[in-house]
Design a protein around this ligand. Structure first.
Ligand code: ZN
Ligand code: ZN
Ligand code: FE
Length: 763
């Protein structure tokens, strides 16, 4: 191991996600390969490597460090400098040195191929072990209690390693060297099946097989997973799926389906090469995929939609279960309608007693609640619909570092929060809608975990403009020295600009359902000229009264009634929107509009989609947020269609887009019997056309070349593709959300970027 020449020494600092991902053993292995001496250790968020040997070997060592890093590691920087030779004879992994600094916590990683193979290998000592992991895979964020990441600070601490696991853990050449979650059939966590009352019915393999039989017979089983509970049933059994929906109070919202293999995914959906890579990658999100005709999965899994949410098994327990059932499983979050998912055994037994027929439990505690992430591909690139497991808590950057540590508490719906220190932004996993006590408790617990894990004590809070949101109350209750409020759509555009590192003024197109405007009205179709410090509203949809306020968002016909009230002559065109609505309901709504009772004014793209869906007779009544838009998109498919005109007028420098002529044209054509799919496509093209024209006009007038697109409406692939193409073909640069999604999950990050920039300017 000693070099022939006097050894040359180097000190290498690696930053990024390099802890808890098997990085030190990996360094050890390549050092051994090249016969180098020295040491590797974790220091705060970085890995420090001291190596000595001959120059050629050192160069190769460095090249391989970059090229062969473990799949879960993300190297941000790798800095190498000459150092003094210590004359050491061997290479060692030394203990973690604890120090302050930005220390990324790795996200949870799906089971790797090697562990999967061991799981199925009858002669291996981890045959069918439901908690098999290695340095390349397994839970991380959900089991980590504190940093540095060592077994005693995880929920695996209560499982003392057996002799053989200890050996592997301590052997540098072993795949499980320093695998903090190492376990086997002798020493690992235990799985058991419990009745609704909590009585243990079976354990180990028998428990898994009995859970599988229950599923095959049409039962609903609550399954403790990685970041929380799932509710599972046979996805090919229509009655079972309907039973699950009924018990969970989830009428029509699509349910995700889990399969064991890529081949299984291809049986129910069409999967591109890029989609296949993400589907089976370490993040393993739910992918929204075009549904295959005649697939075994029952239609009630995702009613009236052209796509289906599919994920691959990501834990060993999932694999064992799916092998035993032999059918794709609905795997939806273990909660009632919009509450947070359950994570504890007792909590699940209490909250899900009326939903599940049995509970498949285990005793590896889940310390952080993390939902499955959701992704859809648009134009060949992934678009995050929900950024959670597999992604959080990886940090992002804000372009302007914050002089003070801050917390941005996020929006009202699809909430996340973001903690910032310097230029590191730690966006929380999906929290959900801040509408229940449970969600508030979840918010506080998650925030506390983030503060502890990343050791950030915020002194500034950033929140939404809305005075009445629960997030605003949370902000006040934090009692911090300073409070900054950021308009919702400004935050959308700031989020997109910031993740691309852009601090210059851009044209920002923010399209979504709702956000509190600075004029007190409901905003949601806004073209801004903005940078991180501020914005001007340059265009928006013409205001429409929303009878019933929030109720209108759940019943598209009410929005149509709002639009119809703007032009009494247009009544015939709106006729289809009110089929099935009683005269009494109509009368109440008419009164609300006339007297302006609980009837806010809205400029909302989401509500325009609702109105169009009602006018086309696609959806009038009860619906979940975004349903009408998703159904219209599904109907439109890829039908080629021409646009219809919207009115564009200018009022004191602000452009107003009037969709009434479009809605009337759609209603009239529907009455004449035009095909609804073509009309849905024409609706999309009309909106795209109007948005592109308005954005171009503003870009021209302001001499700007960059447009940022944000807001939940851009989850609509046709809308996003169309607007982007229209703008790029006119020569503009278009920024689209990439590391975060377009929807409100990105708001807290946008608030944080704005807050940081404002604080930095004030310094
Ligand atoms: Zn593994
Ligand atoms: Zn063991
Ligand atoms: Fe929004």
């Amino acid at each position: 191991m000693t070099a022939v020449h006097p050894p040359v020494a180097r000190m290498i600092h690696v930053t990024g996600v390099v802890q808890g991902v098997g990085f030190r053993p990996f360094v050890y292995r390549i050092a051994m390969r090249h016969g180098l001496a020295g040491w590797v250790r974790n220091v705060a968020g970085t890995v420090e490597i001291h190596v000595e040997g001959d120059t050629g070997q050192l160069d190769e060592f460095e090249a391989e460090l970059r090229a062969e890093a473990p799949p879960v590691a993300h190297i941000d920087t790798l800095r190498s400098e000459p150092s003094e030779s210590l004359g050491v004879a061997e290479f060692r992994i030394t203990e973690s040195a604890d120090a302050e600094g930005n220390r990324p916590v790795p996200p949870d990683v799906a089971i790797c191929v090697r562990c999967e193979a061991e799981l199925q290998h009858p002669r291996g000592r981890r045959y069918r072990h439901p908690f098999i992991t290695c340095t390349d895979c397994g839970p991380r964020y959900t089991v980590i209690d504190a940093l540095p990441y060592d077994r005693e600070r995880t929920s695996m601490a209560v499982f003392p390693m057996c002799e053989r696991c200890r050996m592997e853990y301590e052997t540098p050449a072993d795949r499980r060297h320093h695998a903090e979650t190492i376990a086997c059939n002798t020493c690992g966590p235990r799985v058991w099946l419990a009745s609704r009352e909590g009585t243990e019915l079976a354990e180990g393999d028998t428990a898994i097989r009995e859970a599988a039989s229950l599923l095959v017979e049409g039962g609903v089983v609550a399954i403790r997973g990685v970041g929380g509970f799932h509710l599972a049933c046979d996805a090919t059994n229509d009655a079972a799926v309907k039973r699950l929906r009924e018990r969970k109070h989830r009428d029509a919202k699509p349910l995700a389906v889990m399969v064991a293999t890529l081949a299984g995914a291809r049986e129910i959906a069409s999967v591109s090469a890029a989609e296949a890579r993400l589907l089976s990658g370490p993040e393993r999100p739910i992918l929204l995929l075009p549904r295959r005709e005649g697939a075994r999965v029952t239609a009630s899994v995702a009613p009236s939609l052209g796509w289906i949410g599919v994920m691959l098994a990501y834990s060993p327990l999932h694999h064992l279960l799916l092998d035993a059932t032999g059918c794709p499983l609905v795997m939806t979050s273990g909660n009632l309608s919009d509450e947070p998912i359950a994570i504890g055994n007792d909590e699940a037994l209490r909250r899900l007693a009326r939903v599940a027929d049995a509970f498949l439990l285990h005793d590896r505690e889940i310390l952080s609640r993390v939902d499955d992430s959701v992704v859809r591909f648009v134009d060949g690139a992934p678009l995050l619909v929900r950024r959670s497991r597999g992604y959080a808590p990886l940090p992002l950057r804000v372009p302007v570092p914050s002089p003070d540590p801050l917390v941005a508490v996020g929006p009202h719906l699809k909430n996340t929060f973001t903690l910032v220190r310097g230029d590191s932004a730690y966006v929380s996993p999906h929290i959900g809608d801040l509408e229940s006590v449970e969600s508030l408790v979840h918010f506080s617990a998650a925030l506390q975990r983030y503060r502890d894990l990343f050791r950030i004590e915020p002194t500034v809070v950033v929140r939404d403009l809305h005075p009445g949101y629960l997030s605003t109350r949370i902000a006040a209750e934090l009692g911090l020295a300073r409070e900054i409020s950021v308009q919702h759509h400004h935050a959308h555009i700031a989020a997109v600009a910031a993740e691309h590192g852009v601090t210059d003024r851009v044209v920002g197109v923010a399209l979504d359902g709702t956000g509190y405007g600075d004029d007190g009205h409901v905003w949601g179709a806004e073209v801004l000229v903005a940078d991180l410090l501020g914005y001007e509203r340059k265009a928006h949809l013409a205001y429409v009264p929303l009878p019933g306020g929030d109720a209108a968002a759940r019943e598209p016909w009410r929005v149509a009634a709002g639009y119809a009230s703007l032009d009494p002559d247009a009544a015939p065109a709106f006729a289809a929107a009110f089929a099935g609505v009683t005269d009494e309901e109509r009368a109440i709504v008419t009164r609300q509009i006339e007297r302006r009772l609980n009837c806010p004014l809205a400029s909302s793209m989401g509500r325009l989609f609702d109105a169009a869906a009602a006018v086309l007779g696609v959806r009038r009544g009860k619906s979940y947020e975004g349903q009408a838009a998703m159904e219209l998109e599904s109907l439109a498919g890829t039908h080629v269609a021409e646009s219809l005109p919207l009115g564009i007028t200018e009022d004191r420098g602000t452009l107003r887009i009037d969709p009434l002529p479009l809605l009337i044209a759609l209603g009239e054509r529907r009455r004449r019997g035009d095909d609804v799919r073509t009309l849905a496509a024409r609706f999309h093209e009309s909106v795209i056309d109007a948005i592109v024209r308005v954005a171009l006009r503003i870009a021209d007038a302001e001499k700007l070349r960059t447009v940022a697109l944000g807001g939940g409406s851009f989850q609509n692939a046709r809308l996003l593709t169309g607007v982007r193409q229209g703008l790029t073909s006119a020569g503009l640069d278009v920024l689209v959300p990439s590391r975060l999604g377009p929807n409100d999950g990105a708001i807290s990050y946008g608030q944080a970027a704005v807050g940081a920039a404002l604080l930095a300017r004030a310094v």
